[in-house]
Design a protein around this ligand. Structure first.
Ligand code: KE4
Length: 438
């Protein structure tokens, strides 16, 4: 049994200050039972809790830690930046330097704006799209998460043709009424709505590779279809690559699938673990943003020096020429992820446990289901009780995973062959535990 005594008392105290004792709901382990480990430090692929337990980390702070924790180049860059002053609220060379690195990997981001979270980036991209088109309605997809701005906390209405209903108290009916939530990977649903409402729709926002209902891949041709139909109706296509950016491929899903969105949202990796996100795209849209245009968006700490330093250092390492005889980072990450996925698939088969294990570049996910997972309905039908047993068995063996099957896992450049082999072996034990639980 894991010794989590200090974490348990830490959580008891934290609950006096924060709802559920945490500053983001998924960290609470609420649906897993028990307390989350309180983290003391992390280094490379490892994370350590305040009880001294060591884990191999596949959460990676929910995506940002693509180089692993405390990468020397990133730490040094942030330390040097901090010594020059934490924040100025004024333009700096670092912002332009990071923008250059981002635009090299995402050429569709002709012009961009830095913000401090993925929520801000998607919220601002939607406002840009509405300001540019003069339209008010938007389309999103069930199971895709784009942060917690009101317009995006909306579930599907009773029928496809009706507008949204708030998915959280505090979101007004009026706001939800402008959001249409459709099933992911369902071209007909989009076709029907565009035929009925196309000229009123400002934007369609999608996770081109979905990571917030567990990992769900776009069906063959789906993203091309979304690009074509949004072009046909003058709808702004927004690729929310906050999670899948730099993960599916260095240039994200838009590079992997060869689709040019009108706007792109990035986050996580580009801050290297420091709060940082961005939105950007077609020049004529972004020129609507203040102070150039009338669409207002601002931020005290946007483009702050620490995030710029961490982001520049991270992308410089990621895009460095591979050493002699080595694959580039993206390719290496993908190969490592593939090895782990194949190992888990084999282990589950040996244990006669039905699983769906998928990866896209260095992001991967697992469902306990006999059926392939193509949308939120499929994901919600997977066996969450089995996931819970498996998750706990993995944590006991020192494998730190997301405490929800509706999340995605991440590999870093710091994960070693030994880490992968240990994780496959732990998977074998955990699948056996699932099997034994019947
Ligand atoms: P933030 O506001 O949390 O920085 O980003 C929101 C966001 C936007 N778009 C996508 C595709 C995202 O995955 C996210 C945030 N991802 C979650 C993980 N499922 C962050 C973890 C959390 O909420 O604590």
């Amino acid at each position: 049994m894991l010794n989590l005594h200090k974490s348990a008392s830490a959580m008891a105290e934290a609950k006096n200050y924060f709802p559920g004792g945490v500053n983001s709901p998924v960290r609470s382990y609420a649906n897993m039972g028990g307390n989350p480990p309180f983290i003391a430090k992390a280094q490379g692929s490892k994370i350590y809790d305040i009880d001294g337990n060591e884990y191999i980390d596949y959460v990676g702070s929910w995506g940002p830690m693509i180089l692993g924790h405390a990468h020397p180049a990133v730490v040094q860059a942030v330390q040097e930046a901090a010594a020059r002053g934490m924040s100025y609220g004024a333009p700096t060379l670092g912002e332009t330097e990071l923008a250059k690195l981002i635009r090299l990997a995402y050429p569709a981001m002709e012009m961009m704006r830095f913000v401090n979270s993925g929520t801000e980036s998607t919220m601002s991209a939607l406002r840009a799209a509405r300001g540019f088109t003069g339209r008010e309605k938007i389309i999103k997809f069930a199971g895709c998460y784009h942060g917690h701005s009101d317009s995006l906390l909306v579930n599907a209405g009773s029928g496809l043709a009706t507008f949204g209903v708030p998915s959280s108290p505090g979101v007004t009916k009026g706001t939800a009424a402008d959001t249409l939530t459709l099933p992911y990977n369902d071209a007909n649903a989009v076709e029907k709505i565009c035929a009925a409402e196309g000229e009123n729709i400002a934007a369609l926002i999608v996770e081109p590779v979905a990571g917030n209902m567990g990992l769900v891949l776009p069906r063959q041709g789906y993203l091309r279809f979304l690009r074509d139909i949004t072009k046909k109706y003058g709808i702004i296509l927004i690729f929310d690559e906050v999670m899948c950016g730099f993960r599916v491929a260095l240039g994200g899903a838009q590079a992997a699938y060869g689709i040019k969105p009108d706007l792109t949202c990035l986050g996580k990796v580009i801050g290297g673990g420091v709060p940082m996100a961005a939105y950007g795209g077609r020049q004529e849209i972004m020129q609507k943003i203040a102070p150039l245009g009338p669409v207002y968006q601002a931020g005290t700490l946007s483009g702050n020096p620490l995030a710029m330093a961490a982001g520049i250092a991270t992308l410089q390492v990621l895009t460095a020429e591979p050493e002699e005889g080595r694959a580039d980072y993206s390719r290496e990450l993908t190969l490592k992820t593939k090895e782990l996925v194949l190992g888990w698939q084999e282990a589950a088969k040996e244990a006669k446990v039905a699983v769906q294990v998928r990866h896209a570049g260095s992001m991967f996910g697992l469902f306990f289901s006999e059926h392939e997972i193509w949308n939120y309905e499929d994901a919600a039908a997977a066996d969450q009780e089995k996931f819970k047993i498996w998750f706990k068995a993995m944590l006991e063996q020192g494998i730190y995973l997301a405490p929800s099957q509706f999340e995605t896992l991440f590999i870093s450049t710091a994960h070693s062959r030994e880490d992968i082999e240990k994780t496959i072996a732990a998977g074998r034990e955990a699948f056996a535990a699932v099997r034994a639980a019947g």
